[in-house]
Design a binder for this molecule. Sequence first.
Ligand SMILES: [Zn+2]
Length: 254
Amino acid sequence: MAKLIFLGTASAVAFEGHENTFMVIQGEQSSILVDCASNPILKLRKAGIHFEDLSDLVITHFHPDHVSGLPNFLMDMWILGRKKELRIYGSQHTISRAEKMMALFDWDEWQNIYPISFHTLPEEELTLVLENQEIRIHSSPGDHLIPTLGLRIESIKNKFAASYSCDTNPHPNIVRLAAGVDVLIHEAAGPYEGHSTPAQAGEIATQAKVGKLYLIHYSIFGDKTAESITAEAKKTFSKEVILAEDFMEIDFEK
Ligand SMILES: [Zn+2]
């Protein structure tokens, strides 16, 4: 059965024990990476996932804290002898920049690299990103400083559903994307343009009538503590609130 593993949970500035936000959905047949921060090859290894089992990479938006690991990750898999195709998905804004970034590394000269295909997603609500035997993913645009896509991830076998807000102001698109999901993973970076506070994440969770709220993309500094962040979200969401930590898992078996 599939599960989601957080590979990083910090906002733009990583801190002790917390890498920038990205995650992997591990299925029985294949795994799907969502964003590509820090050093994915190490994080996947620690999560017990072989790089060759990774079939797809969905990039939510082109900010450094979400894509900085991409060139190294693609190169690492080439050096390690990956053979299987890797499919990469993102908005036109994201994919065009990912291709430009790789071009700066002259990757067209990397001999015998495994096949990589880019898939451009329209910035429209509930766009089907991908579907395999186990997992179906839809995307909807959020409201960030640049084009960004939130995700709805569904298990085909048992209808378990999780949504990830990505970086966004509180937005009705995310409420509709996350409607009725078992788990909403919402960013809680704070009161900054293009982001949400924990209380706003709680409001979105309440409006979308989700089962459980995970707060992600947060930083702990100053007088902020793990307890104070979750307490803020609990004021606006009456069900369970969990602060996501690196390598915490969400089991899709419920
Ligand atoms: Zn961002």
